[in-house]
Design a protein around this ligand. Structure first.
Ligand code: ADP
Ligand code: MG
Length: 214
């Protein structure tokens, strides 16, 4: 079964919940190697999306929901992560425009477009200690899962698992992008907050599709 507008709504609600639940953790990670606002930034952004979801028509497509979330994040979140996640969701929305039910390949297209949007905006590469270190393994795992005939939900679960691995792998890295790059070697030993929040957001996407707990 494909993933419809109700899935996208559930993903955004789940994202708001998981970001609220891990707000302090994300703040602490960002305090270690940034300015300590990542959890607050995302909590503000996803909280602002929630009331708008209630106003969506029953026939809203995933693209409609993603676009709504994108514009809300861009307009409510200060800091790097608002425009980065906003661009990700906007590009994702364009990638699945007009589709009512997303199959596994459409999910891969959505995730790929999101990752490419972040790269377009932030110019980070894998190994720069940013959210791209979670997104790129997630896209690769999703692509392999879809090629192996997995369901859209399993594709998302594979993406979320790989994002966790990617987030953990940021710990030994020196940052080359974002505020953490000002710290040089002092960033070593700390996990990138954006890579961690990416893991939570992809976990919420899989949970909304019925795979795993958010
Ligand atoms: P700010 O750094 O402006 O305070 P946030 O704290 O909300 O914004 O977000 C920080 C996160 O944004 C970092 O942990 C990193 O994952 C991500 N980030 C910062 N710059 C870039 C970039 N150029 N490309 C990709 N991700 C980035
Ligand atoms: Mg910050």
């Amino acid at each position: 079964m494909g993933l419809d507008g109700a899935w996208a709504i559930a993903w955004m609600r789940g994202s708001a919940a998981v970001v609220a639940e891990h707000r302090v953790e994300l703040i602490t990670l960002d305090r270690d190697i940034g300015d300590g606002d990542h959890g607050e930034n995302l909590d503000r952004g996803f909280s602002a999306i929630l009331p708008k979801l209630d106003e969506q028509p029953a026939d809203a497509t995933p693209a409609d929901i993603l676009k709504l979330a994108a514009t809300t994040l861009i307009s409510t979140v200060g800091g790097a992560s608002g425009p980065l996640y906003g661009t990700a969701l906007l590009k994702a929305s364009i990638a699945v425009a007009g589709q009512e039910d997303l199959d596994a390949d459409a999910v891969v297209a959505l995730l790929t477009a999101a990752r490419d949007g972040i790269v377009l905006r932030g110019k980070a590469e894998v190994g720069d200690k940013t959210m791209i270190d979670a997104w790129t393994p997630a896209v690769d795992a999703a692509s392999s899962a879809a090629a192996g005939g997995e369901s859209p939900a399993r594709v998302l679960a594979a993406a979320a698992d790989a994002a966790w691995g990617g987030a953990a792998a940021t710990e030994p890295l020196v940052a080359r992008k974002g505020r953490a790059s000002y710290l040089g070697e002092r960033a070593v030993g700390h996990r990138d907050p954006g890579a961690q929040s990416t893991s939570y957001l992809l976990q919420a996407a899989a949970a909304a599709a019925g795979e795993g707990a958010a």
